[in-house]
Design a binder for this molecule. Structure first.
Ligand code: ADP
Ligand code: DP6
Ligand code: CO
Length: 348
């Protein structure tokens, strides 16, 4: 890097679509490395619709790594951003841009800083997998900029450390995130099950009902579930492995009946997330009080019957439920709370 070259900027822009899980990832066995408790399968959307566009640039005039998301500077000191930056940097190779007359050696990358500017053309942190498109795009763009020669599966294992679902956005079509066995996470990566042309009759329609930021991030939601739920262990160990095999078959055979049945069933179980969250709420509360305040019981369906020890507790319970599941949010429990008021009323 000659002295007069200090003014140069090298830039790469990438665009990455989001993905929607049909067999869901929910629960981590390692929070830091983001290792899941089960395999998952998703469909990557057409980049023309919901996608992230990220520009990464490098210049000797930059004195620190910085990032702007949707026009506002955000902190990237957190572990997830740092992991992605570190992993990509450590794989950087020589860059020789003859057109611009820029040469960067592997060694230079250790001291060069990047500026990242990213834009989501859909609501961020609202349950439409912005973290998936966002981290996949970031890792892909940085990899291009730093001339990283890893294949997509290797890149997916890096994107995974930004956000689990991100590893599946490196590929188009149908993608499986293999949970892996290695506790270092080297084999927890994404592979393509079928490409985007394989089943191009399928149309995905997304109704953006609420663009509000989620009350609970995916990360926090699944952490609470792992801490409190035996059901989750059962799901991960017994149910999902069978479902993954069936789903791969359904995709291979373009068998929509099975595909739809599996997708809906998995989602319903996942939406029992509401029950996990109720269990978690009740257990935490009971633990904090030292003596149980509320009992819960579930019948076959996801509806919880909650029994409060007295009227005062019942009133508090309703308050807590409404706080955790605000009306008209994506975790709306309104009908439940109002519908069962009589039970709560009688609980004293
Ligand atoms: P979502 O349902 O949108 O995936 P999450 O809670 O899982 O919500 O993730 C939201 C987080 O993902 C944001 O707070 C931010 O840290 C990260 N994120 C979102 N968009 C981007 C992006 N374009 N580039 C990098 N990170 C992003
Ligand atoms: C419900 O990948 O957003 O969309 O790994 O903590 O960043 P972190 O969580 P995230 O969780 C996605 C959960 C899900 C299901 C799925 O995409 O498989
Ligand atoms: Co997310």
């Amino acid at each position: 890097m000659a002295d007069e070259s200090r003014k140069w900027v090298l830039m790469v822009t990438a665009q990455t679509p989001t993905n929607i899980a049909v067999i869901k990832y929910w629960g981590k066995r390692d929070e830091k490395l983001i290792l899941p408790v089960n395999d998952s399968i998703s469909v990557t959307l057409d980049p023309a619709h919901l996608c992230t566009t990220t520009t990464v640039s490098v210049s000797p005039t930059f004195d620190q790594d910085r990032m702007w998301l949707n026009g506002e500077e955000i902190s990237i000191s957190g572990g997830r951003f740092q992991s992605c930056l570190r992993e990509i940097r450590s794989r950087a190779t020589d860059v020789d841009d003859k057109e611009k007359g820029i040469k960067i050696t592997k060694k230079d990358w250790e001291n060069l800083h990047v500026h990242i500017s990213s834009y989501n053309n859909f609501p961020t942190a609202a349950g439409l997998a912005s973290s998936a498109a966002g981290f996949a795009c970031l890792v892909f763009a940085l990899g291009k900029l730093m001339n990283v020669k890893e294949d997509y599966s290797q890149l997916s294992a890096i994107a995974r450390q930004g956000s689990g679902s991100a590893c599946r956005s490196l590929y188009g079509g149908f993608v499986k995130w293999i949970m892996g066995k290695d506790e270092k996470g080297t084999d927890s990566l994404a592979v393509q099950v079928a490409d985007e042309k394989h089943w191009d009759e399928l149309v995905i329609v997304i109704a953006v009902v609420s663009s509000r930021q989620k009350e609970t991030s995916s990360t926090t939601g699944m952490r609470d579930t792992v801490e409190t739920s035996l059901l989750l262990q059962h799901r991960a160990k017994e149910i999902v492995p069978k479902r993954i095999l069936k789903m791969e078959e359904a995709i291979k055979n373009r068998d929509f009946a099975s595909f739809a049945q599996l997708t809906c069933t998995d989602s319903n179980q996942f939406h029992a997330d509401l029950c996990f969250r109720i269990i978690s709420l009740v257990e935490k509360w009971n633990k904090a009080e030292g003596t149980p305040q509320v009992a819960y019981t579930f019948d076959a369906g996801p509806n919880a019957v909650l029994i409060a020890r007295n009227r005062k507790t019942a009133a508090l319970l309703v308050q807590k439920l409404l706080f955790c599941f605000p009306p008209n949010s994506d975790a709306d429990l309104n009908s439940f709370v109002l519908g069962d008021k009589s039970i709560l009323k009688d609980a004293g």
